[in-house]
Ligand binder design. Sequence first.
Ligand code: NAP
Length: 300
Amino acid sequence: MNPAPRKIYGLIGYPVKHSFSPVMHNAAFGYLGINAEYKLFPVKPEELAAFFQKDIIVKDTNGNDARTKDILGFNVTLPHKERVLDFVCLDPESTYLNQIRAINTIVRKDGICQGFNTDIAGFQWHLTEKNFFNPQGKQVALLGAGGAARAVTYVLAKSGASRIVIFDIDKQKSKNVVSMIKGIFPDSGISCVDTIEQLDILNKDLLINATPIGLKQTDPCLVNREMLHKKLFVYDLIYNPLETKLLALAKKAGAVVSNGLGMLQYQGALSFQLFSQTQAPVDSIFRVMGQALRQEIDRL
Ligand code: NAP
């Protein structure tokens, strides 16, 4: 008898090659003895509809083919977190998910794609872990108003941040996030501005980067030294590179900093539970993923 074929999971987005997700998920599959592999699938915006609507062949980053319908579960990264809403079903009981309208995890079952958001719990866990940073009553400046920013602002508003100010190069996107949050938390002090200077970071407690600026070595730093101060906590969602220009500059200014590695690890453990339907506790998956991540970082 032929053995069952190896199940395929992965990440879709553009770009995807910076991702540490395969390292984490493949370690967890190995730990639980599941015959499955997690791969990276670069999918351009113009290819997204066909990815969901047709059973096409896509290439992973190693050049191997996969049929889209055989990819049983996948994470979603930039720039697709909002657009995938057109192609998935949301849990009708997840009122907040219907309002946030950003998805980072999709599970395909009986031909139907169901969407989830584990970025929310991932960011919440990492920011507040061991009292890392408690947003209650704090003033926040946020760069970016895309899919990840939707999860971030939800956590901040729910945790009682007193003010959240957003800057995105696309003002309409910032406005959409503001009205999304106002729809869920009408008393939230959230607003958006036209320039980075208007974020008034000198009078904020927390600065978050939820843009992709910093992923590439050639990217500029979005802020300058004069905008930063030593009582600031600076959180960059980017984890590869581990230290972006923003974090390096913030450190020089005496600020406390964090990259997004912890968020990645926690959201990954939760996504893995959804993919594998395992009963294994999130803590054990998180631990296995953490070991794999550390080995990968040492290797780089
Ligand atoms: P996204 O949906 O593409 O959103 C990024 C937003 O930033 C877009 O609205 C974009 O505008 C805006 N932007 C681009 N350049 C800008 C600039 N110079 N100034 C201000 N805004 C700018 O991406 P995403 O999915 O939210 O991801 C954002 C970042 O978070 C990525 O680096 C991603 O890797 C990271 N992330 C990390 C984790 C983690 O677990 N650590 C989880 C989620 C996301 P345009 O669309 O007009 O370009």
